[in-house]
Write a protein that binds this ligand. Structure first.
Ligand code: AMP
Length: 120
């Protein structure tokens, strides 16, 4: 688990509605909203409301049930916004394209031929 943070993460601020986002799903512990810089026709960020875990490795070790919940929300988003088939990307580490160190999945769906795996 990550040490406690001095400041809320960007995604905690989105979850608290301090920063606007285009929400597409929400559960008790998870939110899903459209990525501000989409890399595919459907590009949604699925993330826990709490920024306890920095990346998917920490999440899998610390709360595998919450990881399963992220995957379930990703599936329902892909079913609602596309044909149910999707790519699920967890950038893990800055060199892999991670820019927000609050674990999140990218759901990419629809016309994926040109979608990239990295952030940029
Ligand atoms: P990553 O690079 O894997 O850490 O993913 C962070 C993602 O958050 C990027 O794809 C950004 O485009 C996205 N992002 C950053 N700020 C916002 C925002 N305010 N609303 C929606 N998505 C955002």
């Amino acid at each position: 688990m990550t040490e406690s943070r001095a400041e809320p993460t960007l995604f905690e601020r989105i979850a608290a509605r301090e920063i606007p986002a285009s929400f597409v799903a929400e559960t008790d512990r998870v939110i899903a909203f459209r990525d501000i810089a989409p890399k595919a026709p459907v590009h949604v960020v699925v993330t826990p409301k709490a920024g306890t875990y920095r990346d998917v490795v920490e999440l899998a070790e610390g709360d595998p049930g919450l990881l399963a919940e992220l995957v379930a929300v990703a599936r329902s988003v892909a079913e609602e916004l596309s044909d149910g088939q999707f790519r699920l990307v967890f950038n893990t580490g800055a060199a892999a394209g991670q820019t927000v160190f609050h674990v999140h999945a990218h759901v990419l769906a629809g016309g994926l031929e040109e979608a990239t795996l990295a952030g940029e």
